[in-house]
Design a protein around this ligand. Structure first.
Ligand code: NAD
Length: 368
């Protein structure tokens, strides 16, 4: 029996509560499918600072290096962060460090709106069609956020000039395009590539390279869309999208816009992937939301984002597609049975039963 090594870094706020439920579900999956998961927990964020003086303790980083994937909660506490220098704060010192250390260049954010949660979506029922199911694939290490030069110059007379530079190389576009096309093959075989080829040099290169890579994926339909139109189409007809392939900044903006369609951060998982070597893809899996200090420690948090992050880990790093689908199905079953944490509860829904973090996790684990 193959054993997969998982570094489980729960972090701060609701992190430990939702991580506990994800581990519970992974244990149920391991049992049902006879898969070995070696799950090792370690502190990160303020938990890391309190335990070992650093947001990413050396032993935690070492554990990550010895693991096949990282399952992450979230880090940062708004009342404690300002008490230490910026570069030591959890999001910078732990999250950005891990991204860099493991070369995580692809960010995957699935946005699903199950029919039973139609009320959480800001769009009317007509626009939701049979349910929204989009995967935003965002390039994470290039483009405007990292291009050089990046500076603010003094022009004298009280004037300044700020410069950011958008840079992409062919190789950077190729590798993220492959991620998007491969992801589409596991879904509905459609990629919408987002660019601004009518104005930006980067957009022209992006479109050329994506078109060329697309030819290797005969079963996948490729369409190109300008980013401004894509922002509008997400509101007008979100059901037209399967995989949206975006450069860093466009993906940052569009993934949040798409996330709003699902109603609650508590439902949204994410994956950040590094390079694929053989059939191994190192990945970092975390909920889209933060540490939610307003509800931490009260059994109120929705554990579904963390549990679906574990499902993404099984699918993208371990290639355990049946086991990943079993988690997706068990989540759908719990939702269809009416279980609702506070963030997705609606009094108008007669079927809804208000439930806590632990009880939602129990129901999903039993559903496996
Ligand atoms: P947040 O995502 O923590 O919370 C925003 C709102 O969403 C809150 O009302 C919260 O209760 C709700 N929410 C989030 N996740 C939920 C869940 N699973 N179930 C139910 N409700 C949920 O964002 P914030 O308040 O801006 O940030 C709080 C802290 O988290 C900050 O210190 C921030 O820096 C940090 N943060 C960390 C990450 C990360 O680790 N990747 C991401 C975002 C924010």
């Amino acid at each position: 029996m193959k054993t997969f090594r998982i570094a489980a870094l729960a972090g701060d706020g609701i992190g430990p509560e939702v991580m506990r439920e994800a581990i519970k579900v992974l244990r149920a999956v391991g049992k049902r499918f006879s898969i070995g998961f070696q799950i090792t927990e370690a502190p990160v964020g303020w938990a890391g600072i309190d335990a070992a003086g650093k947001a990413l303790p050396d032993t935690t980083l070492e554990l990550c290096k010895q693991s096949d994937a990282i399952l992450f909660g979230s880090v940062g506490l708004p009342d404690r962060d300002p008490t230490i220098p910026k570069e030591q704060r959890p999001e910078r010192a732990a999250l950005l460090r891990i991204r860099k250390e493991f070369g995580l260049f692809a960010n995957l954010r699935p946005v699903q709106l199950p029919k039973a949660l139609a009320h959480s979506c800001p769009l009317n029922a007509d626009r939701q069609g049979g349910g929204i199911d989009i995967l935003v694939v965002r390039e994470l290490t290039g483009g405007m956020y990292f291009g050089q030069p990046k500076k603010t110059e003094d022009l004298g007379s009280g004037q300044q000039r700020a410069i950011d530079t958008m840079v992409y190389t062919t190789a950077e576009i190729e590798r993220i395009a492959h991620v998007a096309f491969r992801a589409a093959e596991l879904r509905r075989n459609k990629v919408t590539s987002i660019d601004k080829a009518n104005v930006l040099e980067n957009g022209v290169l992006w479109r050329d390279v994506v078109t060329r890579i697309g030819k290797h994926y005969a079963a996948v339909d490729l369409e190109h869309m300008f980013v401004d139109n894509a922002a509008m189409q997400l509101m007008l007809k979100p059901t037209q999208f399967d995989v949206m392939l975006c450069e860093n900044m466009f993906g940052d903006i569009l993934s949040d816009e798409a996330a709003a369609l699902a109603g609650s951060l508590g439902m949204l998982p994410s994956a950040s992937l590094g390079a694929t070597a053989g059939d191994q893809t190192f990945g970092f899996y975390e909920p889209a939301g933060g540490t939610a200090p307003d509800i931490a420690g009260k059994n109120l948090a929705n554990p579904i984002a963390q549990i679906l992050s574990a499902a993404l880990m099984l699918r993208y790093s371990f290639k355990l597609h049946d086991a990943a689908s079993a988690i997706d199905l068990a989540v759908a079953r719990a939702i269809n049975a009416g279980l609702r944490t506070g963030d997705i509860f609606n009094t108008a829904d007669a079927n809804a039963k208000r439930t806590g973090t632990r009880e939602m996790g129990d129901a999903i684990a039993e559903g496996i």
